[in-house]
Every structure is written in C-alpha cells, then in structure tokens.
Design a protein around this ligand. Structure first.
Ligand code: SF4
Length: 353
C-alpha cells in the first residue's frame, strides 16, 4: 500500500513503481477525496501495476476510479459517515454497479477497529470475532444477491491469533469466497513480521488465503520491505520452514502500530512509533498493549482496545487509556507523558496482582 499523499501524483506513482518492482502483484492506494480519486486516474496512466483503491467509506468516488483500477476496497464499518439517511446496502450497490461496469474486483474489508456498530451491539464486549463475521457474511449475502461474484473478503485484527480464528471460522461457512489475509497494525519490524508470520503460517499452511498484505511501520523509502517480508514468509511456508507458534503478546509488552498510508497526518509518526518502542523497552515483561496510529480515520477506533493508545494529528498526539482520552500533547511532550501513564499502569497492575 502506498503511504505518500495520493494527491502527489509524482510521489505516489514513484512509490507504486517501487512496490511493483519489489514484486507486489497488487498495489493499494487510499482515496479520501475527489482530488485523490482524480490523482489515481493520472497514476493509473503511468503504471502497468494492478491498482486497488481503498475507498473506506468514500463509495461515491468509485465512479471516478473504477474505469482505471483492478479492485475497489470498502470497509463495511465505515459506511455510516456520509449520507446517514441512505441505507448502507444502496451505497454498496453503487460500488458494485461501478465494479461490474468496469470489470473491477471488490474487497469487503472488515477491520477489528471499525466494525459495523450495529453488529458490535449484539455481542459481549470481549467477543470481537462474532461482529466481524456477521458483518462480512451480511455483505457477502448482499453481493451474492446482486449476482456479483468478483469479490473477496478480508478480516483483519492486530492480534495474529484473532486473525487465525476469524479467518478459519469465515472459511468454514464460506469456503467459496477468496480471502485476503493480513495482520493489521502489525507494527515495526521485526515484531510486525513475526506477528504476520504467525498468522500466515497457520492459515496458508491449511490452504486459506488468496492474497496477502504485510503491514509494517516503516518510512516511505523502505516500503518495499513489506513485499520482501511477504514473499519470504510464503517461501518459508512452501519449504516447510515454519516456526512454533508463540502465544504472542499475552505475557509481554505488545506495541502495535499502523503501517502508515497516505492518510498519515504527520510524517513524524513513523519516528514516534520507533521512539515508543525504544522508550518502553524497560517494560517488556509486562503484559500491556500500546497502540500507535497515524491518523484520525482509524486512530480513534483502533486504539480503543489498547491499554494506552496514541493517534497522531498534524500538530499534536492524542493519548488514550483504553477508550478514555487523556488529552492532546505536542510531539516533543508525548513520550514523557506516555512514560508517566505506563508507570502508573504498571504500578496499578502490580498492586492488584
Ligand atoms: S491508522 Fe490511518 S495512517 Fe495508519 S494505516 Fe490506518 S488509515 Fe493509514
């Protein structure tokens, strides 16, 4: 996935070229505005790469990009933001109509941090898998009813064990539907690669998964590492070089961070993720999760499940403890404040255990 500003046609086309040359079979580009959609048209004219457009909730932009790309991805949990009175099924119909007219594939991209709120309400808070499955199945049924078969599904979480569980359960009921696999917000290498490897070894070895994404928090000039890591994992699985699956994150500090994309609001985000990892090394034996996210689109929701969460705005970083906001802090203040909260949390857990 590209992480340059999509509107910057030269930079994004260059990153598409880099990823394509590194071996990416599909390159995804995020589109959040009409200007982004028009930029994709120009970028598509400059490349032979298969392009996938990440519409998230911007279903209305499908009309602009569909004639120029190979795939449209939308997120069922994000279809409530625009035209609230319009039923979600009508919005999906609009995307599917465009895809069918221009021979595009569609990906129903369900993400743990932005699940359809209607589905969340039906299950206990500690069951994150059932709402994701319900949402995916519901959208599959709609696409089936429209006689649209050129689609796949993804069910992503930052916890590799949940990725394994949710994809296995989905495939049991709908083995006919191709799966795109990924561990979202896997974080910095090497941890991010290890988390992804854990999930892919369990799924790909059982014949599940048709496309993959490795999401790593790395600067723009190192994005090709995602492709190299993905190909290495697949080669290792094919050769039987699989590791014993570890129970990742249950007994140790778990830093999750998004891989960044064009929505990143301040490029200092990647450096911040690295600094968080270094600063928190002293707490590595504590079973806590810290999430670092690059923008307001997914940052607020995808930090909810972390013990401490940071999501980056252009000039400040929002700090959260679980779902509660602890305020906004300047980039040069946030590490100190994070350390204070981490120490408090460790003290609380030590007292209660
Ligand atoms: S959290 Fe925001 S910046 Fe990070 S990958 Fe997701 S959409 Fe992109």
């Amino acid at each position: 996935m590209t992480a340059t500003a999509t509107r910057d046609v030269a930079a994004t086309a260059a990153q598409v070229r880099d990823l394509h040359e590194a071996g990416a079979d599909v390159v995804r580009i995020a589109v959040d505005s009409t200007a982004d959609a028009r930029a994709v048209v120009d970028i598509a004219a400059e490349t032979d790469a298969n392009l996938s457009v990440d519409l998230q909730e911007n279903y209305r932009l499908a009309e602009i990009v569909a004639p120029h790309v190979a795939k449209l991805r939308y997120n069922p949990g994000h279809l409530y933001h625009h035209e609230r009175e319009k039923p979600w099924a009508d919005k999906v119909r609009g995307i599917v109509d465009q895809a069918a007219a221009h021979d595009c594939a569609v990906r129903i991209g369900v993400n743990c941090g932005s699940v359809d709120p209607d589905k969340l309400d039906r299950y206990p808070q500690d069951d994150s898998i059932s709402p994701m499955l319900d949402s995916a199945w519901e959208h599959c049924e709609l696409l089936d009813s429209l006689d649209f078969t050129n689609y796949c599904v993804s069910l992503k979480d930052s916890d590799p064990q949940k990725v394994i569980d949710v994809n296995k359960q989905f495939a049991e009921r709908r083995p006919d539907i191709p799966l795109h696999l990924g561990v979202t917000e896997a974080g910095l290498p090497p941890d991010g690669v290890i988390k992804t490897r854990i999930a892919f070894e369990q799924l790909v070895s059982q014949g599940l998964g048709d496309t993959i994404r490795v999401s790593l928090t790395v600067p723009n000039d190192r994005k090709s590492e995602e492709i190299e890591a993905g190909r290495q994992i697949l080669a290792d699985i094919a050769a039987g070089r699989v590791r014993t699956v570890v129970d990742y994150g249950l007994d140790t500090l778990n830093i999750i961070s998004c891989p960044s994309c064009s929505r990143v609001e301040n490029e200092a985000f990647v450096e911040l993720a690295q600094q968080v990892k270094e600063m928190t090394a002293y707490a590595s034996e504590h079973a806590l999760t810290i999430a670092v996210m690059g923008c307001r689109v997914n940052g607020p929701g995808e930090t909810d499940d972390a013990d401490l969460g940071l999501w980056c705005a252009p000039n400040f970083v929002n700090l959260k403890k679980g779902e509660d906001s602890l305020g906004a802090f300047a980039y040069d203040e946030i590490l100190g404040r994070l350390k204070k909260e981490l120490d408090l949390l460790i003290a609380e857990r030590t007292t209660t255990s």
